[in-house]
Design a protein around this ligand. Sequence first.
Ligand SMILES: NC(=O)c1ccc[n+]([C@@H]2O[C@H](COP(=O)([O-])OP(=O)(O)OC[C@H]3O[C@@H](n4cnc5c(N)ncnc54)[C@H](OP(=O)(O)O)[C@@H]3O)[C@@H](O)[C@H]2O)c1
Length: 321
Amino acid sequence: MTGPTMKALVCVGPPNLVELREVRPPFAEQGDAIVRVEAVSVNRGELHRLMSSSHFGWQPGWDFAGVVVRAPGGTVPAGSRVCGLVVEGSWAEQLTVPTGQIARIPDNVSTEAAAALPVAGLTALRVLRLRGDLAGQSVLVHGAAGGVGRFAVQLARRAGAHVSAVVGSPERARGVQQLGAHEVVHGLQGLRRRYDLILESVGGSILCQSIDLLAPGGLMVCFGSSSQAETTLSIADFYSKQAIIRGFYLLYDIVREAPAADLEYLLKLSADGELVTDVAAVADWTDAASILSRLRARQIAGKAVLRTCPPSPRAPVGTDE
Ligand SMILES: NC(=O)c1ccc[n+]([C@@H]2O[C@H](COP(=O)([O-])OP(=O)(O)OC[C@H]3O[C@@H](n4cnc5c(N)ncnc54)[C@H](OP(=O)(O)O)[C@@H]3O)[C@@H](O)[C@H]2O)c1
């Protein structure tokens, strides 16, 4: 390859799914910032996309945290620590991103925590928002020990909801109650309530059983299929309750409304100690294949982060610098 190059993780198919390769640096469109990436996170949706891809050579990656190299009109000063999301290709040394998709990272938030926040945090926030004011409402969170789930539990509790959290195994209950869940269950049998809002991302029989758990007029938001199982449901189970089932897809939703302000809000909560990001695994990006394999085997309880380079120095907490 002639001309300038940079390193990026590229889809190569099974068994490793990704490989570090030399690629062309991205071209900045008008309104784009250029960011030197320091850390990225790995989402289950990316794993599914890599596993199901029949063409290779494309560059995966949504979340990132890094340092601004250049931003249009000085909107964000060069050298600022930022995090954000792109539709493709964040698992790279450098990326270009519309400034509406980044936010500055407060000094006391680590680069790893910031990299883990955008996709999972924004999904949790925006899915919860679909129900409006949650004060006094009952919310059921499936996959509560996962990336989106942990943020959803905290944000729902913060909004004044009664929160029931469903985890995949008794061991995965650890820490979820401390995030604010009123109850943490493994399996749906023990649940007595009916829910105003259900966050459904597992699919298969869980989705069907969850319809039973909807309150009259309740809303179930389907935004994932972690089990990748097919779902057969009886329409009669939910129309009689005048319930609503709707979908959510963040990468479309950020076109409807740019995410910078929501990202700033989540980062402020993090900086104030009101939102915990459980980074369960941090690895160098040369170990991406192993992290993907652990995620697939459900061995990561929280967010997984890949470092693309050593962290840049940042001001100690409590200084103005
Ligand atoms: N539509 C969107 O815009 C959007 C955005 C973000 C995420 N998503 C989707 O939302 C889901 C959660 O994403 P995430 O990044 O938070 O994933 P994650 O960290 O891997 O969490 C997934 C959770 O689902 C639970 N789960 C239950 N049954 C499972 C099964 N059969 N296989 C795998 N996991 C199972 C896991 O339980 P254990 O803890 O017991 O393993 C885990 O807590 C994924 O399906 C993802 O694709 C969608």
